[in-house]
Design a protein around this ligand. Structure first.
Ligand code: URA
Length: 210
């Protein structure tokens, strides 16, 4: 994946994203749309995954057929909103290893504070895909990716639903080697670190909290 930023402009992705942005979309619909859109985004972020072959028999003859080497993939969810994207990708690649990084944003400083970290082993041998729906300030994503690198990961991608220019710039500065895949790049961040026009708080909207 050569590009630092890929915006998935596919009509299905854009249509579903618009429905998710609408403030009157229910929690149930939001969750369903997130699952659907994560399948479509997974398609893009899993381009160039390591492949292997396995010996199979078609009705006509044996062949060495290509398969994704799921065990070589680590999906890392930034809690808690990352789990919304994680579920869809796991549906497509059930053999992937999964890690979780818990970071909350200090409301005053907007800086990430780590409260949980559980990562798969041998990250140096895997492609890691970090998932978090909102790339806002970029502080959490940068911190999570720094953790991954400290644990040995060298081949990392970042998948989100919405990105702010501020977050993209921060990621590019801190981790220029990590390609970003997103469904859209919005206008800016507001004073509370929310993406504008955005979709509000992704965690609250998918879990029905406030
Ligand atoms: N996190 C969210 O859930 N929404 C934003 O707009 C920014 C960060």
């Amino acid at each position: 994946m050569a590009e630092h930023l890929t915006v998935v402009s596919h009509p299905l992705v854009q249509h579903k994203l618009t429905l998710m942005r609408e403030k009157d979309t229910s929690t149930a619909s939001f969750r369903k749309l997130l699952r659907e859109i994560s399948l479509l985004l997974a398609y893009e972020v899993t381009r160039e995954l390591p492949m292997t072959t396995k010996r199979i028999e078609t009705p006509l003859e044996p062949m060495d057929a290509p398969t994704i080497d799921g065990k070589k993939l680590a999906l890392i969810s930034i809690l808690r909103a990352g789990n919304g994207l994680l579920d869809g990708i796991l549906e497509l690649i059930p053999a992937a290893r999964v890690g979780f990084v818990g970071l909350y944003r200090d409301p005053e400083t907007l800086q990430p504070v780590q409260y949980y970290c559980k990562l798969p082993d041998h990250l140096d041998e895997r492609v890691s895909i970090v998932v978090d729906p909102m790339l806002a300030t970029g502080n959490s994503s940068v911190a999570a990716i720094t953790l991954l690198k400290q644990s040995g990961a060298t081949n990392i991608r970042f998948l989100c639903l919405l990105a702010a220019p501020e977050g993209i710039a921060r990621m590019k500065e801190a981790h220029p080697d990590v390609p970003i895949v997103t469904a859209a790049v919005d206008s800016h961040l507001n004073d509370h670190g929310y993406i504008v026009p955005g979709l509000g708080d992704a965690g609250d909207r998918m879990f029905g909290t406030k």
